[in-house]
Write a protein that binds this ligand. Structure first.
Ligand SMILES: Nc1nc2c(ncn2[C@@H]2O[C@H](COP(=O)(O)OP(=O)(O)OP(=O)(O)O)[C@@H](O)[C@H]2O)c(=O)[nH]1
Length: 690
């Protein structure tokens, strides 16, 4: 079999946007025009194809990114939907890791919003080339220019306007294409072909100026073109497009388009732009990884003849077909019925079925080639972030790093019947989502689930009910605190000895514990020289420490930012075993922790509040009563005021409601985890008393 599309005809892209900018509507329209949807969905009616999960429909937000394939003018477009809400940041990150380019959607009345800034920065981190779509041009207050200005000011990007809007607000009709210098007009109705015609007479001058500016901007970024430009030689359409394509792929510029997805305007030129300016798998750097056995660094190119390598970027428990693992193939060919190695887990996996998702159907396929995206059915051991590789040439690709969950709730099954099902449901959900954790609180015996925010946990509890039919009582949302030590403790020595008939137990460890900077977790180093403790017991010692660190001694929260250095110990020829050393190190850890002057740490969030100017005084007052540390303020589009602050997460529960009522519903805020910090004594008392 050969390729259906040449490799340079693939586009793996994501639609990235702030919540409500119109990502779902735009995705829908793209899928409609790219020919694979039978029926257009509408977010407002709750029937979109990408938002297939019930609660997404009800909430009107996109939570789980589905990868959907479509076709446009002989190109295969794999659309990876990314959520716009910060609580689902893991979803955004995992999709950014596997896509080659992004379309960032903005609301023309708002320009850059707080969360568009967050997703933009994330895309920067993953070096994803982007084009922009200024949506909602039909709305009152829409401004193409204002939005472009905010992309420049707030994102520090280099936006190049490729169009000039025709018509204003409700009368928005389409745009002048500044490359071809033709007007493209759209009717409101879906499915109508755009009308390509001459530029309206009253816009000719403005269009010429805009084109001159665009050419200048593109030429400045391109060594070849700048010469021609300065010498006033003619620049062809192809040359212009090629130069812009290079600039976008190198992230030196972002091409900007406008439209109204809801009114079916501007979408086809946007898909043309995806093809013209966003990279194919050949245009992005080779993926990096390490040899699973030797640790040697390896690069893999998108070559069908290279050994197979793929990254699992999403697990979905599909109610109809079962556990689907979405993969991006980086090199080689993954074949249905074939075998792959998960080198990280050292497990062989069989590729049961290979499935390509379209907007309206699934299709079984025989193979997925380098550069493409599809789903595998039948994997047993592989999860998000895992590599699948050729067994003979095992590679582990760079994985995806996820933030630590910051809030938790206790949940309790309603009936005995729910008990078993709950365990199963939680297990499956945590498999799908690496920022969702489950643990049993030792002191209360309660099951505690942790995640990235209230909405995140709400959605998961909701899914438990709907997909797994588990009824559960949910406790109050709590902050996920951490515990750490504040001073070093040396030579903690613990001997675990048991003599109860038969064979005894003997394990003895001596170690130092030192506080680490924030964000370092629990680290372990073995510095034993000579054989006071045989090597075979070292892993058990480390395990004992890690298990003890799962719940600290202050209030049972996980321990973090501590380094344990094993310096000495002793063993017994007959009585020593792994269990004894594990017990010894766990007890020693607890003892050392107690002596290290432990403190509670709380998550501090980076918050941005956007409000109309008039409410500034009230909102600042509210923030300061919530222990906020104001970091800065600036003016935004439409006379609104942005406040940036660091606020403890514990103070943010219920803030949305308070902000709304203080600003007559007009204030919005976004937050993202920033760091952990020690709590004040008063707060510590409160938490510890609970
Ligand atoms: N006037 C106008 N409204 C639009 C346009 N595009 C989307 N909308 C509306 O804006 C709202 C949000 O659109 P969505 O497509 O759900 O936005 P989203 O960014 O996908 O939001 P999430 O899925 O929740 O992240 C819906 O009520 C849409 O009908 C547009 O071009 N013009």
């Amino acid at each position: 079999m050969s390729r259906e599309y040449a490799l340079d005809r693939y586009r793996n892209i994501g639609i990235i946007a702030h919540i409500d900018a119109g990502k779902t509507t735009t995705t829908e329209r793209i899928l409609f025009y790219a020919g694979k949807t039978y029926r257009i969905g509408s977010v407002d009616d709750g029937t979109t194809v990408t938002d297939w999960m019930v609660q997404e429909r009800e909430r009107g937000i996109t939570i789980v990114s589905a990868a959907v394939s479509a076709e446009w003018k002989g190109y295969q477009i794999n659309l990876i939907d990314t959520p716009g809400h910060i609580d689902f940041t893991a979803e955004v990150q995992r999709s950014l890791r596997v896509l080659d380019g992004g379309v960032v959607v903005f609301d023309a009345t708002q320009g850059v919003e707080p969360q568009s800034e967050t997703v933009w920065r994330q895309a920067d981190r993953y070096k994803v080339p982007r084009i922009c779509f200024i949506n909602k041009m039909d709305r009152v207050g829409a401004s193409f220019e204002g939005s472009i200005q905010s992309i420049k000011d707030r994102l520090g990007a280099n936006p190049i306007a490729m169009q000039l809007p025709i018509g204003f607000e409700a009368a928005f009709k389409g745009a002048v294409d500044l490359v071809t210098m033709k007007a493209i007009l759209f009717e409101d109705e879906l499915g109508k072909e755009p009308i390509v015609t001459d530029i309206p007479a009253d816009l000719v001058k403005e269009a010429e100026e805009a084109r001159a500016k665009m050419i200048e901007q593109v030429a400045e970024l391109d060594d070849d073109l700048i010469v021609k430009y300065l010498e006033n030689e003619p620049i062809s359409e192809e040359e212009l497009k090629a130069a812009l394509r290079r600039a976008v792929i190198a992230s030196k510029a972002t091409a900007v388009f406008c439209g109204s997805s809801l009114k079916n305007k501007g979408v086809q030129p946007l898909i043309d732009a995806v093809v013209d300016y966003l990279p194919s798998p050949l245009d992005v750097p080779a993926v990096k990884g390490t040899h699973a056995k030797t640790g040697e660094e390896i690069e893999r190119h998108p070559d069908d003849d290279a050994p197979a390598s793929a990254l699992v970027f999403k697990i979905v428990t599909d109610p109809y077909v079962g556990r689907l693992a979405y993969i991006r193939v980086y090199s080689g060919v993954v074949k249905q019925g074939g075998q792959l190695l998960n080198p990280g887990k050292d497990k062989k996996e069989r590729v049961g079925r290979l499935i390509r998702m379209y907007a309206d159907r699934r299709e079984d396929i025989e193979e997925v080639r380098a550069g493409d995206i599809a789903a595998i059915l039948g994997l047993k051991y592989s999860f998000t972030g895992d590599t699948l590789s050729d067994s003979d040439k095992p590679i582990v690709l760079e994985s995806i790093s996820f933030p630590e969950p910051v809030i938790s709730v206790a949940i309790e099954p309603k009936t005995a019947g729910d008990q078993d099902k709950m365990g199963d449901a939680l297990y499956k959900l945590s498999q799908e989502d690496p920022t969702f954790r489950v643990h049993v609180d030792e002191s209360t015996g309660q099951t505690v689930i942790s995640g990235m925010g209230e909405l995140h946990l709400d959605v998961l509890v909701d899914r438990m009910l709907r997909e797994f039919r588990v009824q559960a009582n949910v406790g109050r949302t709590r902050v996920s605190y951490r515990e750490t030590i504040t001073r070093p403790v040396e030579k903690i020595s613990y001997r675990y000895v048991k003599q109860s008939g038969g064979r005894g137990m003997y394990g003895h460890v001596v170690f130092d514990m030192t506080p680490l900077e924030r964000g370092n977790g629990v680290q372990f180093e073995n510095k034993i020289v000579g054989g006071t403790v045989p090597k075979e017991y070292i892993p058990a010692i480390e395990k004992g420490i890690n298990e003890a660190a799962e719940s600290g001694i202050l209030a049972g929260y996980p321990v973090t930012d501590v380094k344990v250095t094993l310096t000495d110990g002793s063993y017994h020829e007959v009585d020593s075993n792994e269990m004894a050393f594990k017990m010894a190190s766990a007890f020693a850890f607890r003892e050392g922790f107690e002596k290290g002057k432990p403190v509670l740490l709380e998550p501090i969030m980076k918050v941005e509040v956007i409000i109309p100017q008039d409410y500034l005084g009230d909102v600042l007052g509210q923030l300061s009563s919530r222990r906020a540390e104001i970091q800065g303020m600036d003016m935004r589009q439409g006379n609104s005021q942005a406040i940036r602050a660091l606020v403890p997460l514990a103070e943010l529960f219920g803030y949305t409601t308070e902000l709304r009522s203080a600003t007559q519903g007009r204030g919005v805020f976004s937050m993202e985890f920033n760091h952990y910090a020690p709590v004040s004594e008063a707060v510590a008392k409160q938490v510890l008393n609970r």
